[in-house]
Design a protein around this ligand. Structure first.
Ligand code: 5GP
Length: 191
């Protein structure tokens, strides 16, 4: 049987990646695999080609856009492209794997449109802008100005929550994990 798609999108600082990593490491029975996206940004830290992303030059990325090789792509930041390669996803689904997408909001909405009933789209929502500010300050990786830019973006992004199949409010991580697991298990057990 062909696999299904699980789409995770969220404003930044929502805890989305923590939940996704927990699912893939602690729940092998769900038969999950990450969708590895392509990007034209350079690798950070220990990131490797074919592990976190397929790292392409902007020229290589644009050539693949021309060749219609992407299921969806976005210019998330100026001259920074991110996209999902059709070839990558199809082979995983054919093998019966359930593919997790950790993807920006527009991309998430597009992937859901493409797969319809074969996909469950989840919006991981931080509790509110003030709490998000507190978390970003606590994380200590952004300047005050960057934090304000991120918050403005988050506020805008939260307006898309209703376009997703399910909203998971992450004000308590354990509760959010449990709610996510329940939603996914039900979806995967359905025909
Ligand atoms: P980062 O550079 O921090 O790895 O990712 C930046 C943003 O790009 C995140 O919001 C991430 O969800 C988004 N992203 C990663 N892969 C894809 C993709 O294949 N398509 C789209 N539309 N966004 C992606």
């Amino acid at each position: 049987m062909k696999g299904k798609c699980l789409i995770f999108s969220a404003p930044s600082g929502s805890g989305k990646s923590t939940i996704v990593q927990w699912l893939t490491s602690e729940h092998p029975e769900l038969n999950l695999v990450f969708s590895i996206s392509a990007t034209s940004r350079p690798p950070r830290g220990t990131e490797q080609h074919g592990v976190e992303y397929f790292f392409l030059t902007p020229e290589e990325f644009k050539a693949k856009i021309e060749a219609n090789e992407f299921l969806e792509y976005e210019e998330v930041y100026t001259d920074r492209y991110y996209g999902t390669l059709k070839s990558q996803i199809e082979s995983e689904l054919e093998q019966g794997k359930n593919v997790i997408f950790d993807i920006d909001i527009k991309g998430g909405i597009n992937v859901k449109k493409h797969f319809g009933e074969r996909a469950l789209s989840l919006f991981i929502q931080p509790p509110g802008v003030e709490e998000l500010r507190r978390r970003l300050v606590g994380r200590g990786t952004d300047t005050a100005e960057q934090i304000e830019i991120r918050l403005a973006k988050a506020e805008y992004e939260m307006s898309f929550a209703s376009e997703f199949d399910k909203i998971i409010v992450n004000d308590d991580l354990d509760a959010a994990k449990a709610e996510t697991l329940k939603a996914i298990s039900e979806f995967l057990n359905k025909n």
